[in-house]
Design a protein around this ligand. Sequence first.
Ligand SMILES: Cc1cc2nc3c(=O)[nH]c(=O)nc-3n(C[C@H](O)[C@H](O)[C@H](O)COP(=O)(O)OP(=O)(O)OC[C@H]3O[C@@H](n4cnc5c(N)ncnc54)[C@H](O)[C@@H]3O)c2cc1C
Length: 415
Amino acid sequence: MVAHLIVGNGPAGVVAAETLRRADPQAEITLLGDEPEPPYSRMAIPYLLTGRIDEAGTYLRKQADHFERLRIRLLTARVQAIDGARRTATLADGSVLAWDRLLVATGSQPLRPPIPGLDLPRVHCCWTLADARVIAETIAGGARVLQMGAGFIGCIILESLAAQGRQLKVVEMGDRMVPRMMDEVAGGMIRRWCEGKGVEVRTGRQVVSIAAAGDALRVQLDDGESVEVDALINATGVRPNVDFLAGSGVAVDHGILVDDSMQTNIAGIYAAGDVAEAVEFATGRRVVNAIQPDAVEQARVAALNMAGQSATLPGTFVFNVLDTLGLISASFGQWQDAPGRQTAQLLDQATYRYLRLVFDGDRLVGANSIGHSAHIGVLRGLIQGRVRLGAWRARLLANPLLLSEAYLARGLAAA
Ligand SMILES: Cc1cc2nc3c(=O)[nH]c(=O)nc-3n(C[C@H](O)[C@H](O)[C@H](O)COP(=O)(O)OP(=O)(O)OC[C@H]3O[C@@H](n4cnc5c(N)ncnc54)[C@H](O)[C@@H]3O)c2cc1C
């Protein structure tokens, strides 16, 4: 009987365990996580904070005996070290687990920039259920809150932080909101939308220090501005949880390096989810694409290979849809300008609608969109499908709204 150990019980770990069970009814499967709650989805935290669901609503599987029925052994423990040669995992209490195949699905953790005062009470992250409880219990309605960082996760949590009449100020060091996902026009439009909803936004600014000021915090920005707030949320980004792999022999760059079967450089050790660095489908570059749909798909592929079947990931497609206080934006593939690329743009600032297409030869390789939600599926199909547009390229350059027609004419045929 093969013994599988899965470290990390977020969406990647859970889907891997279930896929393994389906593929191998006999296997021994241990699913291990270091948070005390049943496996849950971080994606659901904003819904919890705005009261749309309760804590149980964040759980990935709703039946208490779900894992027991699948004969998946669920353990709460922290893995401290992996020995790739001996095939063992050492837990924080010193006990040792042996495995035949290992999946590392440990996700990521919030970055902690070296800012004096970041350890003060009233400074929080919004990453775990424990964080969500602290935010809900300690940041009262009407409180003054400063959010540091306006990236993908930062923009997702704005709504929950601004809820209950809290006065929210956002400080982003990039020159615009969501700078790694959106161009200047789109980032500027999202900022204007947030300001219209009463959120103060500072871009191109950094927090340089945080100090206690009675029951509040005094936050100093790099332009000399000093702000008093009741709480500060650190949303400055995340980094993969790889520290426990030191000395294991597993190759790590930013995340754990995997091939298209999600296997690492060591046979029998796989990685999936926010911790994995996989190959991007169009460019061949390695990326950590820290979003839940990717985590789940990578986990499925890893588990099938762990069970002895053959499955490959066609390559990571970098694609994000974002809801910022009700404004829906999306970013696809290679949306940045580069030599040799052509662009087409539609912009209506008054109605918050923006569409920018980026072409390389007769292929659409990237896009940014705001308020054009109806086109999201077609954009994905054309870009991920690497569809050759032929004469449709010129038509789209003249009128980007012909996306559906182009997809019907070229995309379906290619699919
Ligand atoms: C507030 C918020 C909103 C989000 N919204 C979206 C969204 O709208 N769309 C989207 O696609 N993504 C969203 N995300 C990101 C998404 O949650 C992650 O991409 C997803 O959780 C990745 O799943 P994972 O299984 O790889 O890692 P995780 O969910 O992070 O799970 C990893 C688990 O492993 C555990 N672990 C780590 N180290 C160890 C160790 N040494 N030993 C044992 N256990 C360990 C961790 O504690 C954790 O429980 C959001 C994230 C947050 C915080």
